[in-house]
Design a protein around this ligand. Sequence first.
Ligand SMILES: Cc1cc2nc3c(=O)[nH]c(=O)nc-3n(C[C@H](O)[C@H](O)[C@H](O)COP(=O)(O)OP(=O)(O)OC[C@H]3O[C@@H](n4cnc5c(N)ncnc54)[C@H](O)[C@@H]3O)c2cc1C
Ligand code: SF4
Length: 602
Amino acid sequence: MSQTINHSSVDVVVLGMGVTSGTVAVELAKAGYKVVGLERGPHWDFASDFFYTKYDEWGIGFMRKFDINLAITTATLRNNSNQFALPVRRNTIGYSGQIISEGWGVGGMAQHYGGVMGRYGPWVYQTYSDTVSKYGLGFLNNAVPHQDIIDWPMTYEEYMPYYEQWEKMWGVCGTNEGPLLPGFTDSNYSYPLPPPPFTPVGTAFKNATEALGYSPFPGPIALASQSFVNAYGVGVQQCMYDGWCAGPCNYTCETGAKANSDFRTVPAAISSGNFELRTNSYVFRLDTDSSGKIIDVRYYDEQGNVNIQPGTVFFNGLWGFNIVKLMLNSGVGTPYKPTTATGSLGRGIAMGVPPPVRTVTGILENIGGNGYPCGNGYGGAYAIRDLCDDNFDHTGLDFIGGAFPEAGFYPGGGPNNFAFYADQPTPAMIGSTFKASLKDAFLPTKTLAAFAPSGVSPPVTDWYVDLDPHYTDRYGDPLPRLTIDWTMNGVNCANYLAPKCADILTKMGATNVQTTPTVTTASHNPAWQAHMRGGARIGSDPATSVFNKWQQCWTSQNLFSAGEICKPMGDNTTAGTHPIGPMSYVAAEGVKNYLKSPGPLV
Ligand SMILES: Cc1cc2nc3c(=O)[nH]c(=O)nc-3n(C[C@H](O)[C@H](O)[C@H](O)COP(=O)(O)OP(=O)(O)OC[C@H]3O[C@@H](n4cnc5c(N)ncnc54)[C@H](O)[C@@H]3O)c2cc1C
Ligand code: SF4
């Protein structure tokens, strides 16, 4: 029979054990504070979980065995307030389905992410004020009807030292990012590890974009190109380029070259002697006192017992809508009301990576290399920033931001013997017909190069997260309900940039360059993403944000958080994890300051 278990109070209770929570846990434990980490999944075993089962393409790719089981908890989804939201029940693949589940176990989602990195540029941090001062509020409202954009509470320049601290600890590979990202250009600083060798397609992209006057740079990744020991004394092995860590499966990495908390922060937190990790611990409630301060967190252990863990400070690192769900279910924060566009919790939700509404393709002949999935997840490429953010003049255009062309990734991602980008396999994707095609697929004389320059998806007042009135998780708590879709901003950007991408492909020497037709309507969104931002924003105004610049909750001063869901705005790369590293360090500093002198930090 289940019982209630009361634990002794600690300095810091960290919820989740992924990217942000691992960073906060190690920072506080190393500083001498007593820290408890609560993670709903297991602590994966390096050898038996990853080494022996890594090559289980069906189990990992289709059955998502390193993700949470959606029968335990999921989210419901609809495209507007008039629809009935349905729960996402199955992880399928591709934009017509649900590719991304959530983290499960120490390491979180990043146990099998792609590792694409890249800082946000200065425009992302001040999108609202930069756009309004340069082009006027009318321009912004026309480009993004119902826009609900707020500036970050800190500028890019203020985040720079935190970026640097995190990149060194995480082991980001790359060089400086050229003239479009301040702080790299003429300082001595570059990403700490060198980029992996470039692929022939990456080199062709570099040469072509340089010739067209752009500023290419190696696409940054977090798959260690060299062995190193990080700031916490954690030894990291070099990537062995076995090619299993990207593609639709996004396999786990048994060498630890792919950065996640299990291979960068958690081992050091444990060896500090100040950190206790409790796995199989499902957090479901924060309890508050009359002033709104959190007094304890409640969670279920593996036996179904209710555990009560008191603490001085709480860090909510549960990722995405889980962060919002816990706060809404606990009555912490001010829920967003879409009818009046007031309140802040759940407000400003947006997707980070837009769908490929227009694609530009071309054939590169005899470019060298073969198609076997060797290399690593997303190394070997070059990228340009010239067509993203406000790095080109938007006068007279009907969108904000831009796209982030990048080319030359290794074809990593395992053998992909199952065809993933379809709801139903056809004979061409499976069986003897498919096998017969493998010879040509793996020994190509022709390589397809493609760009999909869809634009950024900014927050609007119509989209939000609230609690679903119809569906609950396994424990009886309401599921988070996502009301979310795509705007024309991404489409208009794709229409504008597609010809420029075609120019790049032509310059690369591609033949048969083709651009899909101009698009006039936005598609509907059928899935959630790993890169969900907004929903629990940081900001300078408690009316529109949930946390202040120290990632401290406006209404519960001993609650801190970090993650993409706390971002007011982003760009449209898949590198959304990179900026949450600095946010975690800001939060860790905020927690330390609070422990020294409790109270609002702003
Ligand atoms: C297939 C895939 C590919 C990706 N590729 C990239 C990429 O190339 N580049 C990039 O930048 N990002 C990528 N991402 C996204 C990246 O993995 C996430 O942005 C990052 O891991 C988020 O870190 P986090 O700390 O916010 O959350 P997580 O790392 O997910 O950590 C949250 C933790 O909280 C735990 N948790 C949740 N709810 C509870 C609860 N109720 N009780 C207890 N514990 C709980 C979870 O189990 C998890 O371990 C990818 C993600 C996926 C899934
Ligand atoms: S290719 Fe990917 S999975 Fe393989 S060692 Fe390198 S980072 Fe790890």
